[in-house]
Write a protein that binds this ligand. Structure first.
Ligand code: NAD
Ligand code: ZN
Length: 250
């Protein structure tokens, strides 16, 4: 039997409000309403490059200036974006539930700006830099909010070589501590996946793992994804709309 949206929102509010442990996995869709474009829905390509052709170590090695210019453009557009109601509801839940974990694929820092208590970043932060050659003297990453760099990459403060964005590029490994945190978080009463196309593993694997470990699984995404049919509750609404309406029911 196909359930109505109201019915699905009621069920989601019930399972979340009675949960002891809540895990949320977010992707680019949660920031769409803040004006941060998703990759797969991207219509405003930068200089007609596809993100997959710029966010790689090979692209940076070949043409660091162009990759850096793209990140500078992204950093300056994200700097003007504000957390939206979806970020705010998740931040409220992070303080309400003693065992709440949020795992994000986003690099924009909007969950942190909304005040979310416990954020695990799978793909790093666009507001971090790291030494491109990982020289022994430099910290693994350092925070940097400059949005007006010259075209060339800024220097590593230790070795003077080029710095790169502190994000995980296509083909690179997710930090081990994030994988461990995600594995721990997959043992939960309810696992909610919001605004991710769930094409990028292992992020998509967390909700599947949570489901097989007994969690109620909820997906919030206006589009159907590879996970939709396997979820206990699939809510086909934008993140802001769904999370705001769930929070009102609690
Ligand atoms: P994606 O671009 O592959 O998928 C975005 C998903 O969000 C789609 O399934 C789409 O249907 C859904 N969506 C669009 N608008 C939505 C809305 N208003 N509410 C809810 N869902 C909505 O993004 P992804 O799955 O996060 O993975 C791609 C990679 O891109 C990630 O690794 C991430 O690091 C990177 N990325 C990050 C940002 C960011 O930091 N905000 C932006 C773009 C890409
Ligand atoms: Zn260095």
């Amino acid at each position: 039997m196909k359930r109505s949206i109201e019915d699905l929102l009621d069920r989601a509010a019930h399972v979340i409000s009675t949960a002891r442990t809540v895990t949320v996995v977010t992707g680019a869709g949660v920031s769409a309403a803040s004006g941060v474009p998703t990759f797969r829905g991207a219509t405003d390509l930068w200089k007609s490059f596809r993100p997959e052709d710029l966010a790689t170590p090979e692209a940076f090695a070949r043409d660091p200036g162009t990759v850096w210019e793209w990140y500078q453009w992204r950093r300056s557009s994200i700097a003007d974006c504000r957390p939206n109601r979806a970020h705010e509801v998740l931040a409220v839940w992070s303080r309400r539930y003693p065992r709440f974990h949020l795992i994000t694929q986003n690099v924009d820092g909007l969950h942190e700006r909304a005040g979310t208590a416990d954020v695990t970043r799978f793909h790093g932060s666009i507001w971090d830099l790291q030494c491109a050659v990982a020289c022994a003297g430099a910290p693994r990453t350092w925070s940097d909010h400059t949005v007006e760099f010259p075209r060339l990459p800024p220097p590593c403060p230790h070795c003077g070589g080029p710095a790169r964005p502190g994000v995980v590029w296509f083909g690179e490994a997710i930090p081990a501590e994030a994988i461990i945190a995600a594995h721990r978080a997959s043992l939960c009463d309810v696992c909610i996946v919001v605004g991710t196309s769930s094409q990028v593993y292992p992020a998509a694997g967390i909700v599947t793992a949570a489901g097989s470990r007994g969690a109620t699984t909820i997906e919030i995404n206006p589009e159907t994804t590879a996970l939709t049919r396997a979820m206990d509750i699939s809510i086909a609404l934008p993140a802001v709309d769904a999370l705001d309406r769930i929070e009102w029911r609690m």
